[in-house]
Design a protein around this ligand. Structure first.
Ligand code: R5P
Length: 310
């Protein structure tokens, strides 16, 4: 078993390799003058099981292409099997045709990764469960819920707490978290008048005097969460904490969070944000490295991954 690190999140790759007491595969990932990606593997990997770790985060297209080229290099170097470990799976939000004449990019990207030569996928909090079915190879999808539940129990008093789904799509996630910490849920009725803009229409549930924990898979522009926090405060919420798996944090998202009514934003390290957030005291990062490492160990030993969540 060997770990090959893409360049999108080196810190996470190194943490995973350290947990598994493995060295990263000696690889050169560089660019041609016109920016084409060049991957060269500098050690024998014939007959090895390789886990190639790469988040397809911003710059999404470059990181995706780098993943595909790494997989192709591994296949042509006679790796026995290749697991694409994609902590953040980009393009996941285009998982169906919401309006006519649009692409289903999540399916296209799944095809590309399979065609490149991946034999298995390991990912984290896929935006929609059905993306697993876009692949015809095994997919293991890890959940942040147990990590978030542990953090909440340790850091926030749970006797006056309520879990918030920031939109209808997030109800399953909020319910899973609420079950683990034994509290109720409220649901925000969010609309998107135009792509990238969000509006809160209604809140289903009573949040007055409550400590609200909003849970979501992605924070991108920050609009969904900042608007949700404002709406909750307007309805009398006491404090607002936000737990997000994939911190895309585009544009001025970090500033929006700083100026918002959110007490604390807790994110994971599926995307490397070390440069963006080092100035913000409101944002805390918890690591997914231990869980990804454990899942890699279990895949490699052919033992259960799902039992990690029982
Ligand atoms: C949407 O379905 C996702 O779960 C997130 O709520 C969304 O991607 C967040 O985007 P933004 O931060 O730009 O509002």
């Amino acid at each position: 078993m060997k770990i090959l690190a893409g360049t999108s999140n080196l810190k996470l790759c190194k943490d995973i390799a350290r947990n598994l007491k493995l060295k990263l595969v000696n690889t050169n990932i560089t660019r041609f003058p016109d920016n084409e990606i060049y991957v060269e593997i500098n050690e024998n990997i014939r007959g090895n099981s390789i886990f190639v770790v790469q988040s397809t985060s911003n710059p999404v297209n470059d990181n995706l292409m780098e993943l595909l080229i790494c997989i192709d290099a591994l296949r042509r170097s006679s790796a026995k099997n290749i697991t694409a470990v994609i902590p953040y799976f980009g393009y996941a939000r285009q998982d169906r045709k919401v309006v006519p004449r649009t692409a289903i990019s999540a399916k296209l990207v799944s095809n590309l990764i399979t065609d490149a030569g991946a034999n298995r996928i390991l990912s984290v909090d896929l935006h929609a469960g059905q993306i697993q079915g876009f692949f015809d190879i095994p997919v293991d999808n890890l959940f942040a819920t147990p990590i978030f539940a542990r953090h909440i129990k340790k850091n926030i008093k749970t006797n006056n707490l309520i879990c918030i789904a920031p939109d209808v799509g997030g109800v399953e996630r909020a319910r899973a978290l609420s079950r683990r910490i034994n509290v109720g849920i409220a649901i925000i009725d969010k609309r998107r008048p135009t792509p990238g803009k969000s509006e809160v229409m209604n809140i289903v549930g009573n949040v007055k005097h409550k400590i609200c924990v909003i849970v979501d898979d992605i924070i991108d522009s920050g609009g969904t969460i900042v608007n949700a926090a404002k709406a909750l405060k307007d309805k009398g919420a006491k404090e607002i904490y936000v737990y997000i798996t994939h911190a895309v944090l585009s544009g001025s998202a970090v500033d929006k969070i700083k100026e918002s009514q959110i007490k604390k934003l807790i994110i994971t390290d599926t995307i490397d944000n070390s440069k963006k957030i080092k100035i913000s005291k409101k944002i805390e990062v918890i690591s997914f490295a231990p869980m990804i490492s454990e899942a890699i160990k279990r895949i490699s030993n052919s033992t259960s991954v799902s039992s990690l969540f029982k």
